[in-house]
Design a protein around this ligand. Structure first.
Ligand SMILES: NC(=O)c1ccc[n+]([C@@H]2O[C@H](COP(=O)([O-])OP(=O)(O)OC[C@H]3O[C@@H](n4cnc5c(N)ncnc54)[C@H](O)[C@@H]3O)[C@@H](O)[C@H]2O)c1
Length: 267
């Protein structure tokens, strides 16, 4: 009987995860490694990259830590070149770094605006560009996945700069998909809803709040929910999926709930 992992077409493939040292990146590393891929973990925190690389090694694949700061333009080409060299080529990249600043639009300074656009969009563009060039040079059938947000698809009260940056990421993914399709590179995004991550810690009270909320899933998502979607998008199972944004949100977008921060909203 055929080994199920062959369905993914990832055996022996090389996957680069930007922000791979915890949370969604760690979960993605575990899923793609279980599907047979070698994984390079880029993180600004060396211990995180090393810990997840060890997890990948424990799953029988090569796990390679790469330490660097993707918000420093000068480091991006070095990070991609180092990952490319150590992996022996990059077949897929999942880029996860990003975070929201809290504040109303009236209070958002130009500095916060620039920081949010850099942290959630600019580095992503520059990293994708460097990785795509490497893929094209090697003639690789590449796959790229970015992490957007439901906040990039609807109003995002109290995190407007973040929402605008994530909307930009969704647009950028579409354009990269079209421009790079002739090079056999697929580019897609995941739009997570409310996900429990190391930064967004859980408490019994918060869990209960979500269980009783209007969110159709009646729970927040896990990093594994995101890792599974990333595995799908970098795999052969998504061979005809290009330029799309996949909501991984427990039905939040479908339910047309009040945006966060409005009176009557569930969060
Ligand atoms: N948690 C949610 O509910 C949610 C919802 C929607 C979207 N998202 C998006 O999911 C993504 C992941 O969020 P998270 O909270 O799990 O992230 P996180 O901060 O927990 O993990 C990101 C990893 O990236 C590393 N990192 C941070 N800055 C870096 C840099 N400059 N260079 C290299 N590595 C760096 C961190 O050390 C960390 O290991 C983000 O893009 C976020 O906007 C999260």
């Amino acid at each position: 009987m055929q080994d199920d992992t062959s369905l993914f077409g990832l055996t022996g493939r090389k996957v680069l995860i930007i922000g791979g040292g915890q949370g969604m990146g760690e979960a993605t590393a575990r899923f793609v490694a279980r599907a047979g891929a070698d994984v390079a973990l880029v993180d600004i925190v060396a211990e995180r990259a090393e810990a997840v690389a060890a997890v990948v090694t424990g799953l029988g694949r090569r796990g390679i830590p790469v330490v660097g700061d993707v918000l420093d333009d000068a480091q991006i080409s070095r990070i991609v070149a180092e990952a490319d060299r150590k992996l022996g080529g990059i077949d897929a990249m999942v880029s996860i770094v990003g975070a929201a600043a809290w504040g109303s639009l009236l209070d958002t300074t130009a500095e916060v605006w620039d920081q949010q656009l850099h942290l959630n969009l600019r580095y992503f563009f520059l990293t994708c560009q460097a990785v795509a060039k490497s893929m094209i040079a090697r003639g690789t059938a590449g796959r790229i996945v970015g992490i957007a947000s439901v906040d990039g698809q609807r109003a995002s009260p109290m995190r407007g700069a973040y929402g605008a940056a994530k909307a930009g990421l969704i647009s950028l993914v579409q354009t990269m998909a079209v421009e790079w399709a002739p090079h056999n590179i697929r580019v897609n995004a995941i739009a997570p809803g409310h996900i429990v991550t190391p930064r967004l810690y859980d408490t019994p009270q918060r869990s209960e709040g979500y269980a009783n909320s209007l969110l159709p899933a009646r729970r927040r998502g896990t990093t594994e929910d995101i890792g599974k979607a990333a595995l799908f998008l970098v795999s052969d199972l998504a061979s005809y999926v290009n330029g799309t944004t996949l909501d991984v949100d427990g039905g939040q977008m479908a339910a047309n709930l009040f945006p966060r921060g409005f009176p009557g909203s569930n969060s």
